[in-house]
Design a protein around this ligand. Structure first.
Ligand code: NAG
Ligand code: NAG
Ligand code: NAG
Ligand code: NAG
Ligand code: NAG
Length: 469
């Protein structure tokens, strides 16, 4: 059975009709809407997956239902083509080990707005291809060791609005696990401290979101935030009011001067195998004994307290970076982060350039170039999101949601406003939730957001039109 979700006259209707003709003569469960390989059974009050789900599905939406747990056999048969699975806004509190063994090729999994409290060690076993995992709006207070060890392909992890009190460092420090994370959202949790050096090195690869946590403003965090502000790091700049260490700082960091900032990035040369000492730009340590100085290298981050005598790169107690046995691969831009008396001005730099040998492999990003590129990026992003928003509004005017959703929002608990915005149908999203909380959901990248909405509006049409808009 195939039901058109698009009113006649909407531009997408002929396409959907074509999809219907191409559908294999398989059945669609009566509580679902099937369009090609996209199955939506959202908002039907289901306490288990309906019988007869077509196993060729590539997307399955079981959001806004009443599932309570996922056993190892919660799906009747393997779904080998399933790439995205939406389980948001259910009441899932238990996931048994191996629950996703029947869907081994998942790329995206949405478990937002459920009742998860703890991620057991093997919950995500076998999901080696998973790229995006949404766990927003649960009650997660702990993550078992190795829970993420199979998720080696994970790129985006959303843990916003949970109850984490400790930074989930085990995600990065286990023997295996996600090594290519580019987006980690830990906002709206209960973190009071973060491992600054790890976070600094993670942020080299992408976005780390920490806003709206009860973070204590200590000297290490201030060093991080000042460095991010100077770099105009979007996850901080966009949510500045959600971070501590604003305005007049009344904490007791060692006084560190910022006098005589060189206006231009200094370049330090060395021959291969030689030793380079790079002083922290503009740093005049009045009392350097207790200062914690971080250096952000092209690949990682270091600090002055954890100096390993055997390592080639070390931060000396006075904040100077020392590179021994320099290699051409050490060439690049290095940033020095330390809690300073004031935030830096754009003309001041805290970066230095290192050039080993006479190769010109080092990057040429000076402050001027950096800021002009970022301004361009910002303007472009703003324009692009504006166009996409207009396109979505127009689409919502033309697309009616699939069938009735009488029972959908009867359960008003366990789902905060911004999470509702991700999980609710497009009409609700546009009429307020999203607008009022726009800033808060803005850090979700398009694929995640598009996904939940696409499924809720009844087909892949919306997605393809969004792309071409
Ligand atoms: C984790 O495992 C324990 C015992 O093995 C179980 O009681 C608990 O419900 C599990 N938690 C989840 C979220 O599945
Ligand atoms: C991680 O990224 C690197 C470089 O982009 C790539 O070579 C590697 O295959 C990726 N690893 C995984 C598990 O995706
Ligand atoms: C400083 O470096 C050491 C060794 O790498 C590390 O254990 C420690 O957590 C770092 N300190 C901070 C505040 O990140
Ligand atoms: C830091 O210490 C090293 C070695 O002790 C010394 O060579 C260097 O001049 C010092 N740098 C500054 C800026 O004081
Ligand atoms: C510098 O580059 C020239 C060629 O451009 C090469 O002949 C010379 O050996 C290089 N010197 C060093 C120290 O690498």
């Amino acid at each position: 059975m195939c039901v058109s979700a698009v009113p006649v006259g909407a531009p997408a209707a002929p396409l959907l009709f074509l999809l219907c003709l191409l559908l294999p003569a398989a059945s669609c469960p009566s509580s679902c809407l099937c369009a090609s390989d996209i199955i939506s059974c959202s908002g039907r009050g289901l306490s288990s997956p309906p019988a007869g789900l077509p196993s060729y599905a590539s997307r399955l939406d079981l959001g806004h239902n009443a599932l309570r747990g996922l056993s190892a056999s919660w799906l009747p048969e393997p779904f080998r083509r399933l790439a995205s699975l939406v389980l948001c806004k259910n009441a899932i509190s238990q996931i048994q080990a191996g629950a996703f063994a029947l869907t081994p090729h998942l790329l995206s999994l949405d478990l937002s707005s459920n009742h998860l409290t703890f991620l057991n060690t093997s919950v995500f076993a076998g999901l080696t291809e998973l790229e995006e995992l949404l766990l927003i709006g649960n009650r997660i207070a702990g993550i078992g060791p190795g829970s993420f060890s199979d998720l080696i392909g994970l790129r985006r992890l959303y843990l916003s609005s949970n109850r984490l009190t400790d930074f989930p460092i085990e995600i990065y420090e286990g023997p295996s696990g996600p090594r290519n994370l580019t987006h980690l959202d830990l906002s709206f949790n209960r973190l009071s401290t973060v491992p600054v050096q790890t976070v600094m090195s993670l942020s080299l690869r992408g976005g780390v979101y920490l806003q709206e946590n009860p973070l204590l403003c200590d000297c290490a965090l201030l060093a991080l935030l000042q460095y991010w502000m100077w770099k105009q790091y979007r996850p901080l700049v966009d949510f500045r009011e959600g971070y501590p260490c604003r305005g007049a700082d009344s904490f007791n960091c060692t006084h560190v001067g910022v006098s005589d900032m060189p206006l231009h990035v200094q370049t330090y040369h060395a021959d291969p195998g030689g030793r380079i000492r790079v002083p922290c730009p503009g740093l005049t340590l009045l009392d350097w004994v207790e200062s914690l100085v971080f250096w952000v290298t092209p690949k990682t981050a270091l600090n002055s307290s954890g100096s390993d005598p055997t390592s080639r790169l070390a931060v000396l107690p006075n904040g100077t970076l020392e590179i021994r046995g320099a290699l051409p691969g050490d060439s690049g831009t290095y940033g020095c982060a330390v809690a300073r008396e004031r935030y830096l001005k754009p003309g001041e730099t805290l970066e230095a350039r290192v050039l080993v040998g006479n190769s010109s492999t080092s990057s040429t990003t000076g402050p001027a170039r950096r800021s002009s590129t970022e301004h361009f990026n910002t303007a472009f992003t703003t324009l692009a999101s504006c166009v996409v928003s207009i396109a979505l509004v127009l689409l919502y005017l033309y697309l009616t949601p699939c069938r009735g959703r009488e029972g959908r929002s009867k359960d008003g608990t366990g789902c905060s406003g911004r999470v509702m915005a991700l999980c609710s149908d497009p009409r609700e999203v546009e009429s307020g939730q999203r607008r009022s909380n726009g800033k808060r959901v803005a850090f979700l990248e398009p694929p995640a957001e598009e996904l939940c909405r696409t499924m809720n509006s009844g087909g892949g049409i919306l997605r393809s039109e969004t792309r071409t808009a």
